[in-house]
Design a protein around this ligand. Sequence first.
Ligand SMILES: *Cc1c(COP(=O)(O)O)cnc(C)c1O
Length: 465
Amino acid sequence: MQADGHNGNNALDTLKKSDIKVYELIGRQSQGIQTFEQYHKGILDALRTEDGIVYDLIAAEHTRVQDTIQLIAAENQCSQAVLAALGSVAQNKTTEGFPGARFHGGSEVVDEIETLAAARAKEVFGARYANVQPHSGSTANQIVLAALLNSGDKILSMGFDQGGHPSHGAAESLIGKLFEVESYYVDRDSFLLDYEAIRQQALNFRPKLIICGATAYSRTIDFAEFRSIADEVGAFLLADISHISGLVIAGAHPSPMNYAHFTTTSTYKPGGPRGGLILMGEDTALCKRIEQATFPGVQGTPYLNHIAAKAVFFKEALSEEYKARQFEIVENARRLAYNLVGLGYDVLTGGTDNHMVLVNVANFKKGLTGIIAQKCLEDCGIVINMNKLPYDKRCATVTSGMRLGTPIVTKNSMGVEQMDEITSLVDAVLKEVQVVSETEYELDESFCDEIRGRVKKLCSRFPMR
Ligand SMILES: *Cc1c(COP(=O)(O)O)cnc(C)c1O
């Protein structure tokens, strides 16, 4: 591999080896003066020649990722084969509609790509219907809402400030403006979902749609319980499993497939390309409405390169290696949580069932905030994100929380031993930092250099995969 790690030939070879079906489909799309391989071979060289500035920036991003520890729970790292599909001529095809019923000619090959992606998605999740067109997880949610609701209809969803996602109806979002949204909360003491309280709220509010799923919740979500609440009030249930979909695939978290009427996920969080996915379990009666809400409802043309890349990712997700890794992700997160509790950190709910650990840093050191934790760790090569916690007194740009996630470190083959090392690095930084104000701090330059060196050394033993 070249130093920049984006060798186009390499990526194509990997795609050929790992997914000959998608490789050949993309190949058929690009027959012409040059062969498929000749055309795609020079991708990185073309970038270097045509735009050295962007080339250098992408190379710098590669170096940043390789030399620092990635602990953002919402991130993952796709394979070279997925990257190859993203950077292929499949990107050029403009078409509208669904396979077999397109509004543009020349869609016969991309029809096969999309059909393959949807079939694999169904197999991966045990679904009866899969729509691989959503451009993102947020868009997947918008499509489901557009299919089910009229403006003014009622939605009950987890509050954005409680760990829910903006696309579930935050006041600032389009959803929040179009619909009447009420938030449900986690328990003030345990920080756990209180299903009885949600049931009572649903009985009072009478929503047409209940949304479950979160971006900052580290415990198992009881989809059966949510379905029974939805049935009691005659509501639809949407399970947004973006953060935990990899775990769901492997059985490391229960699946909502036959409880929720609709299941949505982003495709990058479980380790695929950027994009979204809509799934349905046993009851597929409303699938035509979902397709109309996709096009012309919410989106225009689908991104066929992303759909090809989703197909490649779904093949990977069917492998035993992928499934085993999901359990390791949880084991690593549990180890981080366990270590942090041992060092006196306030880990929300006392631990984790999934890939993320939420910590109230304000309870660790007087005046410490999420933004300071994020920044001083970043100074030392450890990449995390601040997180507004439920009932947090600080605003979203300051916060009292930090969120750590283990998908990427696990992908790069780190295990519990490395989690111990990471814990001591994080702890050393947070102990050393001197709080000046809500957002300002002091941290000795030579201390940062020392930690950065240790981080780089650790990362060099676990290269990006
Ligand atoms: C990340 C996330 C999304 C949004 O996905 P994007 O592809 O970034 O739009 C939606 N819902 C939940 C629960 C998420 O965690």
